[in-house]
Design a protein around this ligand. Sequence first.
Ligand SMILES: CC(C)(COP(=O)(O)OP(=O)(O)OC[C@H]1O[C@@H](n2cnc3c(N)ncnc32)[C@H](O)[C@@H]1OP(=O)(O)O)[C@@H](O)C(=O)NCCC(=O)NCCS
Length: 211
Amino acid sequence: MVNKQAKHIKQTCKPSDNKNDVQRFDNIVIHSTNIAMYLCYMKAVFAKATHTITTHLVLPENTNTLGNLMGGQLLNWLDIASAIAAHRHCRRVVVTAAVNNVSFQHPIKLGDLVVIEAKVSRAFGSSMEVFMDIFVEHGTTGQRTKCNEAIYTFVAVDQLGNPIQVPELTPETEEEKVRFDGALRRRQLRLILAGKMRPEEATELKALFNN
Ligand SMILES: CC(C)(COP(=O)(O)OP(=O)(O)OC[C@H]1O[C@@H](n2cnc3c(N)ncnc32)[C@H](O)[C@@H]1OP(=O)(O)O)[C@@H](O)C(=O)NCCC(=O)NCCS
């Protein structure tokens, strides 16, 4: 598509025989190609394209003295799975901006398998919310139970660490749509808590209490 556009621009520009003009029009083509590539890159991404699954075996070095998985280890595994999902969304370097929601409802035992499913739930300007479902697969029975949910926020950055724009996200399934809709309120809440938004600006969050 990019090549087609570049060819079209070259044909319609009709440069004269002058060498400088030819160079100038070549530059226009290169510049237009870059814009076309940028526009392709900024096309909305389906939530399913960010789907990431990681599986971990709970080893003795991951557990406390009761033989339960340590919380910090789970946070680390969540960070990696969600970073991959965010990277799949924007294909740029991403940094963890916030760990928004993790609760430890059931102990995870030595020898269990921890399965993390991560997906971007919504993209904003440069930030992306990643929603994760955590399952535990019993070491011997193989029975899989959902034990947790977690939400992390990532920001895409350039080589200097400055935030850069990411494409929009398109939800498709019912669950993706529910998480997409709720993400705006969650974003407002976390920005208020981080001191980056005034409560009176959080219109969607306020509407929740007014209805
Ligand atoms: C995350 C980071 C890039 C944000 O940079 P910043 O200068 O604060 O940039 P801005 O205020 O312009 O915000 C940029 C985006 O980050 C989001 N953001 C900033 N702080 C946030 C927070 N506490 N929670 C959620 N999102 C946050 C903003 O909402 C904005 O998103 P948007 O573009 O979608 O609207 C910067 O704070 C950073 O580099 N932090 C360290 C990241 C890191 O090292 N992570 C690993 C930790 S161990």
